[in-house]
Design a protein around this ligand. Structure first.
Ligand SMILES: Nc1ncnc2c1ncn2[C@@H]1O[C@H](COP(=O)(O)OP(=O)(O)OP(=O)(O)O)[C@@H](O)[C@H]1O
Length: 293
């Protein structure tokens, strides 16, 4: 069942079409990624889901409710961590939790939440004195304080070092394992690959691709490099070959896995230093969002 439904969403700022006809649904229990270049419309789209912006046209439903018209009901279902979150630096962790709890009719007991997020020893620490990783953990706690069914994280790990990012990924997974649906806006391909069940790649206000990370990668070529021992045929003519470049005696081919099969196994060519580099989600992303003429 879908917990978030977006259909024909459009939102412009003056002449800038930030979101220009976007459709997607997020299934209950899913981790749904939103990727895309700067200015692609990701934040605008999730702000419409959060009810912070009213769409120009199209429909948005969260748990069946309109986030603008049925704000109260949606607030009970949806937790939000904004892209540029800040708190008063003198506020302590405890005060922040109590303040945010007071915004909800039935707030979660924040003590187990704090324990789960490893914040129990920091309750009297002021926000301004927390490290980036701990601030993010606090923002996760604040997003969860209303016991939401679905949470939107917008560039949750952007300011974190690699260790803190990995810890945050673990928290996101645990949260999802406990039944919370997650919408994750990110610039990090490895993050999307690690966490997301499906990924929507935004480009210029539209969704350019929407699939599992594995399927998005499938469409991208692998890179095969080797030093030929026996003479090679015209490689560019082989099925699945995208490009061929030669660096001295070394040949580099971009193509599908089948290219290697066809070239080396079927034609029995002898090669040295064979290396095959799998496509990554970065490759898929670059292919999907490449500049059009
Ligand atoms: N409040 C606003 N007023 C005017 N233009 C805006 C506003 N917010 C966003 N835009 C413009 O709308 C377009 C989409 O912006 P948006 O922030 O939704 O993209 P994004 O994909 O989230 O980008 P980023 O990755 O940089 O956060 C951009 O051209 C941006 O400059």
């Amino acid at each position: 069942m879908s917990i978030v439904e977006v259909q024909g969403l459009r939102k412009a700022y003056g002449s800038v079409k930030a979101v220009d006809g976007v459709d997607f649904t997020v299934a209950e229990g899913e981790i749904f990624g939103i990727l895309g270049p700067n200015g692609a419309g990701k934040t605008t789209a999730v702000e419409c889901v959060e009810g912070l912006r009213a769409p120009d046209s199209g429909t948005v439903r969260v748990g069946g409710y309109d986030p603008v018209r049925d704000r109260d009901r949606v607030t009970r279902i949806l937790g939000v961590q904004l892209q540029h979150s800040e708190l008063q630096p003198k506020l302590t962790v405890r005060e922040a939790l109590e303040l945010y709890g007071s915004f909800h009719r039935e707030p979660a007991d924040w003590r187990p939440l704090v324990e789960r997020l490893g914040l129990e020893d920091l309750l009297d620490r002021r926000f301004g004195a927390l490290s980036g990783g701990r601030k993010q953990r606090l923002f996760i706690a604040l997003a969860l304080i209303g016991n939401p069914k679905v949470v939107v994280f917008d560039e949750l790990t952007a300011a974190l070092d690699p260790r803190a990012r990995r810890e945050t990924w673990r928290l996101v997974r645990d949260l999802n394992d406990s039944g919370v649906t997650i919408v994750l806006v990110t610039h990090f391909m490895d993050e999307a690959r690690h966490l997301c069940d499906r990924v929507a790649v935004f480009d210029r206000g539209r969704i350019a691709a929407l699939d599992t990370p594995e399927n998005l990668i499938k469409g991208s070529p692998v890179v095969i490099s080797f030093r030929p021992v026996t003479p090679l045929p015209d490689l560019a003519g082989l099925p699945g070959v995208v490009s061929v470049t030669g660096e001295g005696a070394k040949v580099v081919i971009e193509g599908t896995d089948d290219t290697v099969g066809a070239l080396l196994v079927r034609h029995r060519h002898e090669v040295r230093e064979l290396r095959i580099t799998d496509a990554t989600l970065d490759d898929a992303y670059l292919r999907i969002t490449r500049e059009e003429p």
